[in-house]
Design a protein around this ligand. Structure first.
Ligand SMILES: Nc1nc2c(c(=O)[nH]1)N[C@H]1C(S)=C(S)[C@@H](COP(=O)(O)OP(=O)(O)OC[C@H]3O[C@@H](n4cnc5c(=O)[nH]c(N)nc54)[C@H](O)[C@@H]3O)O[C@H]1N2
Ligand SMILES: Nc1nc2c(c(=O)[nH]1)N[C@H]1C(S)=C(S)[C@@H](COP(=O)(O)OP(=O)(O)OC[C@H]3O[C@@H](n4cnc5c(=O)[nH]c(N)nc54)[C@H](O)[C@@H]3O)O[C@H]1N2
Ligand SMILES: [Mo]
Length: 707
């Protein structure tokens, strides 16, 4: 198809179709990015279901998203623009018109812009992963203004950087090939909770006698279904990977031919691994040495073996290098020779991306950048202060680490805050102006995924609820109003890119000439709403003969651009082996609760009922030492803050590690604060990522406070 035909098709998909079954895509931040069918009758959504024709979705949705209509029709939906009348954080607002909202916002932004464009900061993440309602028009607006740039590091940047350093790009095996593996290592990943469609693939392998290993500090829903479990100390994965490499080398289980032809730096890596005697690795990870021996043997002798590594392991000081060390294993064992062998953290680097956010609008301006994972400190820093914050697709007050500082930053009276939202979230409570946004049922979008190799379309199913507007429409509106306020002073703001319609943004979000979109891919996409990329080809092992995305196409065990080329075994910032652990002896991890999606479903009643109150899993040994009984209210605390939870005394937690599920809204949490009260703003080794699971605390009975 030529560009004009593609644009015409995209435009067709932006149109409301009326009653019937509407083809859609799940917008949420999850590797599975499902294809959906929305049943509409009399202009109302009756059902949201999984698309049976999509190979990974396979006709089912997770419990959360099957309630998407309940979320969209929620009585708490914001339906008009609002202006704050109470104190910041108090949540008191009155309705205003869109015109008044735009004018108020752009008068203030223009005044700040004239003094200092960097005083303006966008804050956004993946509330929707759509290319149009994500950064599509928003990015153009902020790039044209030359506002401060946001480093989007809150989730995956350590892992992405780790992958780039060894693979050349954020790529790995096709997740849908995992079902053919004979051994599957689920490493710092909880698919049953966090991407259940991959679990169906793993289950299929299990039915065909694949052996499943889990490497996770606690017994998650997924761990429960595995044959073997290594409950390591959080943040020790690099040591475990080196220990396995040591055994592969010692016992002649290396694929020397693969190593020689398709990799570089193996000698140095293996020399380092020699020093990681299994007993040393076992002591570092605090696990029995026999477990490491058994996993290494199984891994070195079973072909094909697949590793599903995920984000748990990279939320620590050494997260980037942990990912590199784990990615070394399939190269050592020659697992990449097989379609169902290898490893995958993310598939996003396979997507034929373009730049819908149009960074080129910056021209030669180089604004400062601010790391979203340390937004508390950034807002409290008074040198070149952030004066205006525009938040969309994110709920930073609830999800960003070190809540006390984040709240203090948002509470600054001199900070002008605009929040585009579906609901009155913890963040919206601090806004000066709130703008009501549409949900995926009410707007058009186009999607790629980080856990599969398909492109998907989302057609709007119903008209916007109340006066809600899509993000792209809101930013087009802000552009117009800003042009009027600035009267031509900001030339890039007059660029036609800022008037692009949704279909045009979607067009600019992909490289339609790429190999991935050749053949019948685009026709399939416009016919059925989703299509698998033509490259990498299905059923082919992409790295059987190297072909990594590094400059020499080899897998890089070492990266010569780094001061320390080898993956390094790093201690956590909150180091459980250090003296600080005397005061706060427990490591806490705060992985997602099964029926919450970050903070996005925190207010959906039926799901909140399923997850219950915030719980803290604690091992009986740790509970007894603190006289904590099952079901008791406990206070989890450190020097950064404290929050309340209900103790669940269970061997699912290992000694020394407690588990607090996330992310509840602060205002719905006991004591009004969630588990980010204790997490820190420290960053990872590579990618400057957040370190949510690198956290030491103490826990005590809190009955007196009352939960
Ligand atoms: N239901 C649900 N699904 C979600 C989300 C949600 O909030 N709820 N969030 C979505 C998002 S944004 C993301 S990024 C993904 C995350 O998806 P995953 O990466 O699967 O999720 P996590 O639970 O963060 O981490 C996975 C596992 O790593 C373990 N872990 C923690 N620290 C370590 C460690 O140091 N080493 C090892 N080996 N394991 C460790 C945790 O206990 C957890 O069981 O899920 C997505 N899907
Ligand atoms: N303690 C702890 N904290 C964590 C994590 C953890 O594991 N533990 N996980 C971290 C991770 S992995 C991530 S990715 C972050 C996620 O953090 P966020 O990206 O902030 O994700 P959500 O909390 O889901 O908030 C997204 C918000 O976007 C809104 N939204 C959705 N669609 C639209 C739209 O089309 N327009 C507009 N304007 N708004 C929309 C939703 O209503 C929701 O309030 O949280 C991080 N925080
Ligand atoms: Mo995430």
């Amino acid at each position: 198809m030529n560009t004009a035909q593609i644009l015409a098709e995209l435009e067709r998909w932006t149109q409301l179709k009326g009653d019937g079954d509407i083809q859609a895509a799940c917008p949420h931040d999850c590797p599975d990015t499902c294809a959906m069918r929305i049943t509409v009758s009399d202009g109302k959504v009756l059902a949201v279901k999984g698309d049976p024709t999509h190979s990974l979705t396979a006709g089912t949705l997770c419990t959360k998203v099957s309630r998407y209509a309940e979320r969209s029709y929620h009585p708490g939906r914001l339906t008009t623009p609002l202006k704050r009348i109470g104190k910041k954080g108090s949540g008191q607002f009155v309705p205003i018109s869109w015109d008044e909202a735009y004018t108020t916002i752009t008068q203030r932004l223009a005044e700040i812009w004239r003094r200092n464009p960097e005083g303006i900061l966008p804050y956004s993440y993946a509330g929707t992963m759509g290319q149009v309602q994500g950064e599509g028009m928003a990015g153009r607006f902020f790039h044209a203004l030359g506002a401060s740039l946001l480093e989007r590091t809150i989730c995956a940047s350590a892992g992405s950087a780790g992958l780039e350093l060894c693979m050349g790009k954020g790529i790995g095996m096709d997740t849908e090939a995992i079902r053919g593996a004979k051994l599957i290592v689920i490493w710092g990943s909880n698919p049953i909770t966090s991407h259940v469609h991959l679990w169906a693939q793993i289950q299929q392998a299990k039915r065909e006698d694949a052996i499943l290993w889990a490497i996770d500090p606690y017994v998650s829903d997924s761990v429960e279904k595995c044959h073997h479990h290594i409950a390591l100390r959080p943040g020790t994965d690099a040591a475990l990977a080196y220990g396995i490499a040591h055994i592969l080398q010692r016992d002649g289980l290396l694929d020397n031919d693969y190593i020689e032809r398709y990799t570089s730096g193996a000698d140095e890596f293996l020399r380092e691994a020699e020093g990681w005697h299994p007993a040393r690795a076992a002591a570092w990870c605090d696990v029995p040495v026999e477990q490491i021996e058994a996993l290494a043997h199984a891994y070195g002798t079973t072909k094909p073996a697949a590793i599903r590594l995920n984000y748990g392991m990279q939320r620590h000081a050494g997260g980037g290098d942990a990912v590199r060390a784990v990615m070394a294993l399939p190269a050592l064992a020659g697992q990449w020779r097989h379609v169902s062998g290898g490893a995958v953290l993310s598939t996003s680097g396979w997507a034929p991306k373009a730049d819908p956010a149009r960074a080129d609008l910056l021209g030669d301006r180089r604004p400062r950048s601010i790391n979203m994972s340390a937004i508390g400190d950034a807002l409290l820093d008074q040198t070149n202060p952030v004066e205006a914050l525009i938040v969309y697709n994110s709920n930073p007050v609830a999800v960003a680490p070190d809540s006390t500082k984040v709240r203090a930053g948002f509470a600054r009276e001199d900070l002008f805050t605009v929040v585009l939202e579906h609901f009155q979230t913890d963040t919206a409570d601090y806004a000066d102006i709130i703008l009501p946004a549409t949900t995926q049922l009410e707007h058009f979008d186009i999607h790629r995924a980080y856990g599969h190799l398909h492109i998907l379309l989302n057609r709007p199913a119903i008209a916007p609820i109340g006066e809600a507007r899509s993000n792209s429409r809101i930013f087009r509106g802000l552009t117009k109003s800003m042009r009027a306020a600035l009267g031509g002073e900001c030339a890039p703001l007059n660029d036609a890119a800022l008037d692009a319609c949704d279909a045009q943004i979607a067009l600019e979000a992909f490289d339609w000439d790429s190999k991935a979109l050749q053949g019948t891919v685009t026709e399939d996409l416009f016919r059925q709403g989703h299509a698998r990329y033509a490259a990498p080809a299905a059923g082919v092992a992409p790295f059987a003969q190297g072909n990594f995305k590094t400059p020499d196409h080899k897998f890089w065990f070492t990266n010569p651009t780094l001061a320390e080329p080898l993956p390094h075994v790093r201690r956590n910032h909150d180091d459980w082996q250090s003296s600080q652990a005397g005061k706060f002896p427990l490591q806490v991890i705060s992985p997602p609760a099964r029926h919450l999606l970050n903070s996005s479903f925190g207010n959906v009643k039926s799901l909140r009922a399923l997850v219950g109150s915030p719980a803290l899993l604690i091992h009986p040994q740790d509970a007894v030492a603190r006289a904590i009984a099952n079901g008791q209210s406990v206070r989890v605390f450190n020097d950064r803050g404290s929050h309340l939870a209900v103790a669940e005394v269970t061997e699912r937690a290992r000694p020394g590690v407690v588990v607090a599920f996330s992310v509840y809204w602060h205002k719905d949490s006991p004591g009004g604060i969630n588990c980010n009260a204790v997490t820190s703003q420290q960053l990872t080794d590579h990618g400057a990522g957040a370190t949510f699971y690198d956290c030491l605390v103490e826990v005590e009975v809190a009955d007196r406070i009352g939960v």
